[in-house]
Design a protein around this ligand. Structure first.
Ligand SMILES: [Zn+2]
Length: 466
C-alpha cells in the first residue's frame, strides 16, 4: 500500500493523509482545513491533491477544524463513504462544521460583493450548510478501545488522545494478501496531567507511526498555573479600567479558561467583574463538553462532587446575538471578553480586536498557538501596525500570551506517548503537523531514542509501505 501526505506536511494545519491499498481502495485519515496561511489559504483548501470521489472510507481523529474542516467539501466533491470517529467527535463536528459552512458562505458573499464592483467572476463558497449536513449523515461513531471493521481487510481502533473531548489516536490493522500491516496515526496528542481531560492512552505496537510534532522540540513552561496567570492579567485591566480580550478556540481552550476562572472563584479570588463568552459556537461547545463527563479525568470528577458545573461562576455572561456583541463596544471596562477564533483570524474576536487595539487601557492576550501569518501571530511578533478588515490599526493595547494552556503535548508528552512502542519494530516514523525547524529538532531527539527511520514529508509526498 501507499501513503500520501496532503496536508499538515511541514505545517500545522490541513491534516490529510491518504492510504491507497494494493486493491485500489482508499482510506483518508482526517480531512482538515488549512488555516492562517495568508493569501495561500484559499488555494490550498480548494486543491485536495486527490479525487474526493475515489476515497472509500474516512477516519477522523478529532473535531478541530484543521482536522475536519474540509469534510463537507469532500462530500460536495463526490465522497459518499462512511466517516468513522468517536461519538463525542461526531457531536462536536455537527456544530463546528455547520458553523464553518456559514463562515464559508458569508466569506464568499463578501468576496463576491467586492468582485462584482471590479466585474470579476463570482466565486463559489468552499462548501455550504447543506454540504455540512450531508457530511454529518455519513459519520459513524465508534467507542474508544473497540476494533471496528471499516472495509474488507481494514480495521480501526481509537485510543484517547487527551487533546479535546472525543479526540482519538487512530490505529489501523490492514491485511493485504495475507500480510498484516499496523499503522498508528496520532492525530493531535494532548498533555499528561491535563486539567480536564484524561491522559493520552498507551496503544498497540505499530509498524508505521504517523505522529504530530507541534511542540516536538520544546518543553512547556512549568511556571505559574493558568488561574494565576489569568488573575494577573485580570487585575491589570481592572487597574487600567480596560478590556481584557482573550482570543480562544471554541472547543477546548474556552472551556479550559472557564474552568480556571471557576477555580479562582472556588478559592474566593475571582475579581467581581463581568466575564463575557462572546461566541455562539463556544456556548454550544461548552454544552457538548459538559455532556461527556465520563471523558473527564479524576481531578475534575472530584471537583464535580461539590461543584456540579465547573465551567460556570459568578459574573459569567454568554453573548448570543450580534447586536449584544456590538453593545460590548459601548460599555466601559473593566471586563473580560473570551471569544473565538484562537488565532484571531476570524470570528467575533477579530471585531473586538479591531475596535479595541488602539486603546492602551486594553489588553489582548492569546491563549494558544498562532500561525505566524495570522493576526495573532503578527501581534505576538510585535507588529506596531496591523491591517484588519482592510483598515490599518496602530497597536496601543498591551499584547501578551498565556502559554500554560497548550492542548498539545510537549517533547516529554510526545515521548511518553511513543514509549509504548518498541523502536526496533517501527519500520518508519512520519512526522507531520509541525513547523519544519521544530520537526528537524524533534527528529534528532527521537533518533537518540532509537527511532532510526524518520521522515518529514512535504505536501503531496507519496511513499510505499511494505
Ligand atoms: Zn486539534
Amino acid at each position: 500500500m501507499k501513503i500520501a501526505f496532503h496536508g499538515a506536511a511541514q505545517t500545522v494545519t490541513g491534516s490529510k493523509h491518504l492510504l491507497t491499498l494494493k486493491n485500489g481502495k482508499k482510506v483518508l485519515l482526517d480531512c482538515g482545513m488549512f488555516q492562517g496561511m495568508g493569501r495561500d489559504t484559499d488555494g490550498l483548501n480548494r486543491d485536495f491533491g486527490f479525487d474526493a470521489g475515489e476515497v472509500d472510507v474516512m477516519i477522523l481523529s478529532h473535531a478541530h477544524i484543521d482536522h475536519s474542516g474540509l469534510i463537507p467539501k469532500l462530500v460536495r466533491d463526490g465522497f459518499t463513504g462512511k466517516i468513522f470517529c468517536t461519538p463525542a467527535t461526531k457531536t462536536l463536528s455537527s456544530i463546528l462544521l455547520a458553523d464553518s459552512a456559514e463562515i464559508q458562505e458569508s466569506d464568499a458573499k463578501f468576496s463576491n460583493k467586492k468582485r462584482a464592483v471590479r466585474q470579476l467572476p463570482y466565486i463559489e463558497p468552499l462548501y455550504t450548510l447543506e454540504d455540512a449536513e450531508r457530511a454529518i449523515d455519513l459519520f459513524a461513531p465508534v467507542e474508544y478501545g473497540v476494533w471496528q471493521q471499516v472495509m474488507d481487510g481494514v480495521e480501526v481502533m481509537f485510543t484517547d488522545a487527551g487533546h479535546i473531548i472525543g479526540s482519538a489516536c487512530v490505529h489501523l490493522r490492514i491485511t493485504e494478501n495475507g500480510k498484516l500491516t499496523r499503522i498508528s496515526f496520532s492525530g493531535d496528542i494532548g498533555r499528561y496531567r491535563d486539567v480536564i481531560l484524561k491522559s493520552p492512552e498507551i496503544f498497540p505496537q505499530a509498524d508505521y507511526v504517523i505522529m504530530e510534532s507541534t511542540y516536538g522540540n520544546s518543553l512547556h513552561d512549568p511556571g505559574d498555573s493558568t488561574p494565576e496567570l489569568l488573575l494577573k492579567w485580570i487585575n491589570d485591566v481592572i487597574h487600567k479600567k480596560g478590556k481584557l480580550i482573550l482570543p480562544a478556540f471554541s472547543v477546548g481552550r474556552t472551556q479550559e479558561i472557564l474552568f480556571a476562572l471557576n477555580q479562582l472563584e472556588l478559592e474566593n479570588s475571582l475579581p467581581d467583574i463581568t466575564y463575557y463568552v462572546d461566541s455562539p459556537l463556544s456556548i454550544e461547545a461548552t454544552n457538548v463538553v459538559k455532556s461527556y463527563p465520563a471523558y473527564f479525568n479524576r481531578n475534575i470528577q472530584n471537583i464535580m462532587k461539590t461543584d456540579s458545573d465547573p465551567f460556570s461562576f459568578r459574573g459569567l455572561k454568554y453573548v448570543k446575538t450580534v447586536d449584544e456583541s456590538k453593545q460590548l463596544n459601548y460599555q466601559n471596562g473593566p471586563m473580560v471578553i473570551i471569544s473565538a477564533s484562537g488565532m484571531a483570524d476570524a470570528g467575533r474576536v477579530k471585531h473586538h480586536i479591531s475596535n479595541n487595539i488602539e486603546n492602551s487601557r486594553n489588553s489582548i492576550v492569546f491563549t494558544g498557538y498562532c500561525e505566524p501569518r495570522s493576526l495573532g501571530g503578527r501581534l505576538l511578533a510585535g507588529a506596531t501596525e496591523v491591517g484588519i478588515y482592510g483598515l490599518e490599526h496602530q497597536v496601543h493595547a498591551e499584547i501578551g500570551s498565556i502559554r500554560s494552556m497548550s492542548a498539545h503535548g510537549d517533547f516529554e508528552d510526545l515521548s511518553q506517548w511513543l514509549a509504548s512502542q518498541d523502536p526496533r519494530q517501527v519500520k518508519k516514523l512520519f512526522l507531520v503537523h509541525g513547523e519544519p525547524d521544530v520537526q528537524a529538532g524533534f527528529k534528532k531527539r527521537l533518533q537518540r531514542k532509537g527511532f532510526d527511520d524518520i521522515l518529514i514529508p512535504e505536501r503531496h509526498f507519496e511513499t510505499g509501505l511494505e
